[in-house]
Design a binder for this molecule. Structure first.
Ligand code: TXA
Ligand code: MG
Length: 335
């Protein structure tokens, strides 16, 4: 495992010195943890094979799952991918922002083959967080970045989560505060005029469909198109009980709206029943509930039902994965 002798340095993402230091490391082939509006990413030069390999190593990823390439906007994206008209339309509407577009990869585009893990497509997004944009521009190149957590654990939404998960496996963490959106980007694969939702995420299905002018297809059952979508993912240590209408003895509780727990082991994703607020709180509350379970030796976390509309689809998707049995953890997944 790559270990830096030093603990990670945490710098304020808003400071120009932090962007300078991050740029130096990235251009030298070192991954850097950066804030994005969805979750924190572990970013490296997408055109440098060794740098990309270091991402996999730092995460302890068992296999080479494909990574998302972060660009400044559609102009940079067109250098690496053939964007069909529908992809252009989605990019014009949602970029910069929490939408990842999977499209055919251009031959000899200069992106490390490790990024696409052997696929002839490439996943691209333009993040809207200021620090991510500043760093892409400073480096003048695309950044490959999966979520900045150790393989198999939850996505980080604060610099502290990154430090807890990656520790000395990363030299620098840019601290941009709590992630604005809190769940990963929605991933849409564009194949001619077909659009398939590979992962629900930070842009709601309904919003994408409005722009696409029709329903999104779902990925074929059982087929793993986005390998990070395998069952046991986003996993806290504690066992989860979903759609819980009450907190039972011995449980921590994650409420939503009026369905709330009653004691110190209870948190609420959004007391006002706001799905945007719930998404922003999701991973931080799962992290916190996990800590409560282990410190009070509870038997698990019960989670209130969350409506399956808007960002609720992404929230329920992550909750289902977090609740899935870890079956010996033999899945080659992680993201
Ligand atoms: O919000 C996000 O998307 C965050 C931030 C850091 O940008 N990133 C993120 O990356 O969630 P990661 O590696 O945790 O998830 C990327 C997902 C994986 O499920 C991967 O399999 C899928 O994207 N993916 C990447 N390239 C693909 C491709 N060419 N075809 C299909 N799926 C792809
Ligand atoms: Mg991930």
């Amino acid at each position: 495992m790559p270990r830096n002798a030093e603990p990670p340095r945490i710098m304020d993402a808003a400071s120009p010195a932090a962007i300078d230091r991050a740029r130096e490391l990235i251009l030298a082939g070192e991954p850097v943890a950066i804030p994005t509006e969805t979750v924190y990413g572990l970013a490296a030069d997408a055109t440098n094979d060794r740098a990309v390999a270091r991402i996999y190593k730092a995460k302890g990823r068992p296999t080479f799952n494909p990574l998302i390439v972060h660009v400044s906007g559609a102009g940079m994206a067109r250098r690496f991918a053939d964007l069909p008209p529908l992809a252009e339309k989605l990019a014009a509407t949602f970029w910069p922002g929490p939408l990842t577009i999977v499209a055919p990869r251009k031959k000899d585009c200069g992106i490390s083959l490790l990024v696409s893990a052997g696929l002839d497509t490439i996943a691209i997004r333009a993040p809207r967080s200021k620090a991510a944009q500043a760093l892409i521009l400073a480096c003048g190149r695309p950044l490959a970045a999966p979520s900045a957590n150790r393989s198999g654990s939850m996505s980080p939404t604060t610099a502290e989560h990154v430090r807890e998960s990656l520790g000395d496996r990363v030299a620098l963490i840019l601290d941009g505060g709590a992630s604005e959106i809190g769940v990963e980007s929605a991933i849409v694969k564009i194949d001619g005029d077909r659009a398939v939702l590979l992962r629900p995420g930070g842009v709601a299905r309904e919003e994408i469909e409005r722009v696409a002018g029709g329903p999104l297809e779902s990925s074929p059952a059982g087929e793993v198109e986005a390998p990070g979508m395998m069952q046991s993912h986003y996993a806290p240590n504690a066992r989860l009980r979903l759609n819980a209408t009450e907190q039972r003895p011995g449980e921590a509780f994650l409420g939503f709206g009026k369905i709330a727990g009653r004691n110190d082991a209870a948190l609420n994703l959004s007391a006002g029943g706001d799905l945007v607020e719930a998404a922003a709180n999701l991973f931080a509350h799962l992290h916190a509930a996990d800590r409560i379970v282990s410190s009070l030796r509870l038997k698990g976390i019960a989670v209130a039902p969350v409506p399956d509309e808007g960002l609720g689809e992404a929230i329920n998707d992550r909750l289902k994965r977090a609740a899935a049995p870890k079956s010996g953890d033999n899945v080659a997944d992680d993201s």
